[in-house]
Design a protein around this ligand. Sequence first.
Ligand code: THU
Length: 137
Amino acid sequence: MKTPRELLAAARQAAGRAHAPYSRFKVGAAVTDERGRVFTGANIENASYGLTVCAERVAVFTAIAAGARRITAVGVTSRSLKPVAPCGACRQVLIEFAAPSTPVYLDAGRGKVIHESVGSLMPTAFGADSLPAAHET
Ligand code: THU
């Protein structure tokens, strides 16, 4: 189990690797999986703006591609002064792999951390259990 501060420290390091020449808004995310492993991501922008991928999705997809099956905690930070919360697309991706009770820690700056959960960020979500037949892979 990582503490919120440990997770956000990993996210902060990842933010330094962001490719954000257009917005200059560097975001870092760190997630843990069911085995306690930590995976990080940073936002990766593109000259064709719509292809930009957020830090959170990079972190989740990196974890899943490495064999993680479930996301058990999430930390998000930005190098701007304001706290950053996952966008709608990232919330939808999170509920694919994380239970509603999964903690989401948002770096609020000045050593403050906002504690949310996947369920609080994404109530009444459309997910795997909304479909009649979701199969394990
Ligand atoms: N961004 C993230 O990486 N995560 C968020 O939660 C919000 C936004 C990125 C996308 C884009 O590169 C930049 O921040 C400005 O929107």
